[in-house]
Design a protein around this ligand. Structure first.
Ligand code: SF4
Length: 261
């Protein structure tokens, strides 16, 4: 947080996370309600923000797919050069997010990362839900990419029951442990209630038993300030009590979580 970063957001996710911000057992319909009037919107940036469910719904819900551009590696590299201040990589990190960025996109990243304009890049973070195996080819590619003094981080937001996803589908320590073979990984667990924090403890226990060594972060639920402000302080205190780390959502107070932030 606070590091100048370019976010590359890929389309598609294996989850929906419609439980965030909802009473336990209930699922948000906000994304579906917006999808029913998708004809009113011309780009994803015009879509409304949601206060429940996944706040990145435009990056995976099939009804919004046509609102996102399909870009070649050349076009993505050019766009990045326009965004970063000096027209070349300096302190900037590349954060590859989604949706779930470790779905089939693994096949596309080598083409982008080998692009001449990406040569000065020294740190990549994958923001993943931690359910996707690295393919042998991509694992090998990352091993080689890492060899020359660069850093790869997996920011693993494993989904607790508060997300609405099932434990057995979402908590995959054996997969996440393999990420630690090619880079650094940490867990970022999104919580609001006491029950969520108990779930976080159970998940951490399972990850540790599987051999996961990375740091643990708690992050408050809340893509909009009204929800986020309810949770932030109590979640920070819960993290402190357990010797875990706390992750803010800087884009919420600074930019109101608007698209592109
Ligand atoms: S895993 Fe992430 S991107 Fe996918 S639905 Fe859940 S919160 Fe959204």
């Amino acid at each position: 947080m606070g590091v100048p970063s370019v976010f590359l957001r890929t389309f598609g996710c294996n989850f929906k996370c419609a439980g965030f911000g909802m009473p336990r057992g209930e699922l948000s319909t906000e994304a579906e309600d917006i999808a029913s009037v998708v004809h009113l919107y011309n780009t994803y940036e015009d879509l409304p923000l949601v206060s429940t469910g996944c706040d990145s719904y435009a990056s995976w819900h099939p009804d919004f797919k046509d609102l996102s551009p399909m870009l070649t590696s050349d076009a993505i590299a050019d766009r990045i050069m326009e965004i970063i201040p000096h027209g070349e990589w300096q302190d900037e990190h590349l954060v590859i997010t989604g949706g779930e960025p470790l779905l089939g996109w693994q096949r596309a990243y080598p083409d982008l990362l080998d692009h001449p304009k990406m040569e000065g890049l020294t740190e990549i973070t994958f923001e993943t839900n931690g359910t996707q195996q690295l393919t042998p080819e991509f694992r090998e590619y990352l091993h080689n990419w890492n060899k020359v003094g660069r850093e790869i981080t997996f920011s693993v937001s494993a989904k607790l029951p508060a997300s609405g996803e099932k434990w057995e589908d979402a908590i995959k320590p054996e997969i996440v442990c393999t990420y630690e073979e090619v880079g650094t990984a940490y867990l970022k667990l999104v919580v609001a209630t006491e029950q969520d924090i108990k779930d976080a403890e159970q998940a951490v226990d399972e990850f540790r038993k599987a051999g996961f060594t990375g740091h643990i972060y708690l992050m408050p639920v809340g893509g909009v300030e009204s929800v986020y402000n309810l949770n932030a302080k109590s979640v920070a205190i819960a993290a402190m009590k357990r010797g875990w780390r706390y992750s803010d959502r800087l884009q919420v107070p600074l930019f109101k979580n608007e698209w592109g932030t």
